[in-house]
Design a protein around this ligand. Structure first.
Ligand SMILES: Nc1ncnc2c1ncn2[C@@H]1O[C@H](COP(=O)(O)OP(=O)(O)OP(=O)(O)O)[C@@H](O)[C@H]1O
Length: 254
């Protein structure tokens, strides 16, 4: 169980996160929403152990995430940052293989299991056709899928994804969010995903957590979130709600 307790992060005079607490249950897809600068990336970075907290923090299976070594934590959770590093000089297959690093011993050659995990991750993210291309020759959306493949090759119980859909066209947005939903339902992963599209969040998430000014202003299931007053409070936009004709889930229209 991944648990955030009274997480507060201050830098200089700024309070980036203020007394944030919630739990990520197993087999849960949590959408993290909120306006620009509300603290979403800070929260997910801190969850991944990449930011020190001023107070409180995150625990994984009852241990502070800072008590895990880098490799041990990377075997439990994969983190996809918002700003993807260049990775120039790496082919797609080599980059995805880096996801296997936490499972490998020093100077050990990749095992058959490593190759199988890499191939599977490349297959489900539909990047096999680029396997031998250098990553810096890919389009933004293609590169975003390659980095997601690297996270999947890491073979963790938790995925922390900072706007993985932002660079994708509509087809791949749906493909990737459906893939993530399947990973939760069929493989029991737990996922925290930052997403700006409230309707995608409402169609696929189990729980929606909204941040505002570094605080949680809402944490609830889709139905409790998709209320005009709640959405107005989160986004400061008036919205009407309709019902999706196929899924029956709510759809918001500004
Ligand atoms: N290291 C830092 N020092 C000072 N302020 C920071 C630091 N990192 C982030 N901030 C500020 O904290 C606030 C929250 O930033 P964060 O990146 O978490 O927002 P976000 O909700 O992910 O935004 P967006 O939707 O634009 O990506 C912003 O005002 C940002 O400028």
């Amino acid at each position: 169980m991944l648990r955030v307790e009274q997480m507060t992060i201050r830098r200089q005079d700024n309070t980036l996160l203020n007394d944030v607490s919630f739990e990520v249950g197993t087999r849960q897809l949590i959408a993290l929403i909120g306006h620009n600068g509300s603290g979403k990336s800070t929260l997910i970075k801190a969850l991944a152990g990449e930011m020190d907290c001023t107070q409180g923090g995150a625990t994984l299976d009852e241990r502070s995430i800072h008590e895990y070594g880098d490799k041990a934590l990377a075997r439990k959770m994969a983190y996809l940052p918002q700003q993807l590093p260049e990775a120039a000089g790496f082919s797609v297959r080599e980059l995805v293989m880096l996801g296997r690093y936490p499972h490998q011993k020093w100077l050990q050659k990749p095992s058959q299991a490593d190759h199988d995990k890499v191939s599977e991750a490349m297959r489900v993210t539909q990047v096999e056709q680029f396997a031998d291309r250098l990553t810096n020759t890919l389009s933004g959306g293609e590169r975003a899928r390659v980095w997601l493949a690297m996270c999947l090759a890491q073979d963790t119980d938790y995925l922390l994804l900072d706007e993985p859909l932002a660079a994708l066209d509509m087809h791949y947005q749906i493909e990737v969010i459906e893939l993530i939903r399947r990973l939760v339902d069929e493989r029991g992963l737990s996922v925290v995903i930052i997403i700006h599209d409230i309707n995608l969040a409402a169609q696929y998430a189990d729980r929606i957590i909204a941040l505002k000014g570094g605080r949680i202003c809402h944490n609830g299931d889709v139905l409790s979130t998709m209320q005009p007053s709640v959405l107005h409070d989160i986004f400061n936009v008036s919205m009407q709600l309709m019902t999706h004709p196929v899924t029956g889930r709510p759809v918001a229209v500004a």
